[in-house]
Design a protein around this ligand. Structure first.
Ligand code: MEV
Length: 309
């Protein structure tokens, strides 16, 4: 038997832009998933037969790594599915890590690489951001720009990404989950159409670059007022790109009215969750719940994916 644990994630700044190589700042969070793998007579997931559609990420991970006897996979998750909080990335990363560990081939770079391939193929396009932050933990910057000190790098369809560690002191973030599923592949497609066919769309994506780099500096300097105002700017761009929804706007407004320095959608959008930062997380969480959102106060997960034996 082997168990792997992976954190979920929030994107602080730069979702969607990162699909086009723009920088993206994200942080692993204290909501986690665990995957338990045991020998079995047939392939099962949570006691059901392994199914290509229902267990699409796990099936793809098995196809890529596993050439051995049948196994049973059991998943446990604190992360609501399709919430923008990295539940698929965390399940993929934990599953890949556990399978590699059984084969004696566990190392973070291979986990990041294979997990990204799984997400990319299942979603029909993705950046390595989500699976990388689940793999390495703490905070990361994913960017097409090559500089010294990256953790790993990859390329797909003529685009390159370099993943950098970011220093983040323990930080609290308030999440407001709308309860509506965020359909990442659909959102990526919708925004791709906008970006490919309109120069305004491309300008919006380009605008994210400076914002994210300024936001990274603010995070490293613990200047949360500045980071919050950059999050607000980033949200406006995402809204114009078509990634927001009325439920997201409602929770975001509630968080800002409760004194948040900044609030934005996180992940692909269209539903899913918002994140907010401020000096009174409890008050922000209460305001979110009053508007029928599910609030979580999370902190930085220092560790990425790990194996428990
Ligand atoms: C989804 O969490 C983040 C997106 O930028 C997609 C990706 O980077 O793969 C929308």
């Amino acid at each position: 038997m082997i168990v792997a644990i992976s954190p979920g994630k929030v994107i602080l700044l730069g979702e969607h832009g990162v699909v086009y190589g723009k920088p993206c700042l994200s942080m692993a969070i204290s909501l986690k998933v665990a995957v338990n793998i045991e020998k079995n007579k047939e392939f099962t997931v949570n006691s059901l037969p392994l199914d290509e559609r229902r267990h699409v990420y796990i099936k793809k991970a098995i196809d890529k790594i596993w050439d051995k006897e049948p196994i049973s996979i059991t998943t446990f998750s604190q992360i609501p599915s399709a919430s923008g909080l990295g539940s698929s990335a965390a399940i993929t990363t934990a599953c890949v890590a556990a399978l590699l560990a059984i084969k004696g081939k566990f190392n973070l770079e291979d986990v990041a690489k294979t997990s990204f391939e799984v997400e990319y193929e299942v979603q029909g396009g993705a950046s390595p951001n989500d699976t990388s932050v689940c793999t390495y933990g703490n905070a990361i910057l994913t960017w097409e720009k090559k500089m010294p000190g990256y953790l790993w790098a990859t390329a797909k369809d003529g685009r390159e990404w370099f993943v950098y560690p970011v220093k983040v002191h323990d930080m609290k973030v308030v999440i407001g989950h709308t309860g509506i599923k965020s359909k990442t592949p659909l959102l990526i497609k919708k925004i791709r159409r906008f970006v490919e066919y309109s120069s305004f769309g491309r300008e919006l994506i380009n605008e994210m670059e400076n914002l994210v780099i300024e936001g990274k500096k603010a995070l490293e300097n613990r200047d949360f007022v500045k980071l919050g105002s950059i999050m607000n700017e980033n949200h406006k761009i995402l809204h114009t790109l078509g990634a927001s929804s009325k439920e997201i706007e409602k929770l975001r407004l509630a968080a800002l009215k409760a004194g948040a320095y900044g609030a934005k959608l996180t992940g692909a959008g269209g539903g899913g969750s918002i994140i907010a930062i401020g000096d009174n997380p409890e008050k922000i969480a209460e305001a979110i719940e009053k508007k029928k959102g599910k609030a979580y106060i999370v902190s930085t997960a220092k560790e990425g994916v790990k194996i428990l034996k």
